[in-house]
Ligand binder design. Structure first.
Ligand code: CP
Ligand code: NVA
Length: 327
């Protein structure tokens, strides 16, 4: 049973990038969640004094930006805000130059942008770890916090430590747009042995390539499915999850998407169809009355704010590993 963090599997991450959920092995994913839980509950201390994390955010952010900033501060390090409006990035300085220069100042970069290929270009030129703080393809830091929250609810041992094997066989049901958040949930779920169902209307389903990748990683440990009926998606599930129907960059499609997603609101009826212990998750920001009802959002199954808090704990664990704080 895996209950202790800090194995050689995490030490191997020192200096590496985290561009997508599959950059971690199944063991590293589990170990990071255990380390996050240890840090959260004061069972572990890590010192990153003198280390700096650069934040290059080309899209808005509340949780990711603040949780990275606080995570770094709690570890004794600091963050530097390099968003495009205040740096030469926004005036067209090439990624190749920016990445090489910043590698001489900071110890890691967390980047939020549109194309995964731009993130990969930063990673190619940078000599320091590059972290995906959300792209159009994936939101892998979010998925770590999501499964940490699910583990706290379903896999807490008597001594408060997580017993992650108990996640295996449980079901995460995501209803809505097959987007970046859904993709990371599929891959991270596959690594942890959690069944993942993604349900949404035709035309808004997850990428076929991500589905294939997640199924390959899942092997015969768990199932990764795509459905087109909301009730079928949530039936008997242990975690119900949704996200905005129009992601950042899709603002012009908002009206059409609201029509196309009609009937896909995560509401009390869907919650009633799930397992009696089911929890409700949302990465936030949430739009009540669209992808989630106010009652589902504020009901007793809601673990959304624990989930938001867990961004900070999961990212502390990630930063500790990538910056070599465990070695
Ligand atoms: N969930 C999430 O990534 O939130 P922000 O966009 O506020 O960072
Ligand atoms: N899918 C959303 C997630 C926001 C945290 C977006 O990309 O805008």
């Amino acid at each position: 049973m895996v209950t202790h963090s800090g194995t050689p599997a995490l030490a191997e991450l020192a200096g590496r990038d985290f561009l997508c959920s599959a950059d971690l092995s199944a063991e590293q994913t589990s170990q990071l969640l255990l380390l996050a839980s240890d840090l959260k509950h004061g069972r572990r201390r890590i010192d990153l004094a003198g280390r700096s994390l650069g934040l290059i955010f080309s899209k808005a952010s509340t949780r990711t930006r603040v949780s990275f900033t606080v995570a770094m501060a709690r570890l004794g390090g600091q963050t530097i805000d390099l968003n495009p409006q205040v740096s030469q990035v926004g005036r067209g300085e090439p990624v190749a130059d920016t990445a090489r220069v910043l590698s001489r100042y900071v110890d890691a970069l967390a980047i939020r942008t549109f194309a995964q290929s731009e993130l990969e270009e930063y990673a190619h030129w940078a000599s320091i770890p590059v972290i995906n703080a959300l792209t159009d393809l994936e939101h892998p830091c979010q998925a770590l916090a999501d499964y940490l929250t699910m583990a706290e609810c379903f896999a807490g041992g008597a001594d408060g430590r997580l017993e992650l094997e108990r996640l295996q066989g449980l079901t995460m049901a995501y209803v809505g747009d097959g987007n970046n958040v859904a993709h990371s949930l599929m891959i991270c779920g596959a690594l942890l042995g959690v069944n993942v169902r993604v349900g949404g209307p035709a035309g808004y389903q997850p990428s076929a390539a991500v589905l294939e990748q997640a199924r390959r990683l899942a092997g015969d440990r768990c199932t990764i499915s795509v459905l087109q009926d909301p009730m079928d998606t949530v039936r008997g599930a242990h975690a119900l999850y949704t996200d905005v129907w129009a992601s950042m960059g899709q603002e012009e499609e908002k009206g059409a998407r609201e029509r196309d997603f009609s009937g896909w609101c995560l509401n009390e009826e869907l919650v009633a169809e799930a397992d009696a212990r089911a929890i409700v998750l949302h990465c936030l920001p949430a739009y009540r009355g669209l992808e989630i009802s106010a009652r589902a959002m504020e009901g007793s199954s809601n673990r959304i704010f624990e989930q938001a808090e867990n961004r900070m704990h999961a990212q502390q664990a990630l930063l500790a590993a990538l910056l070599g704080g465990l070695n």
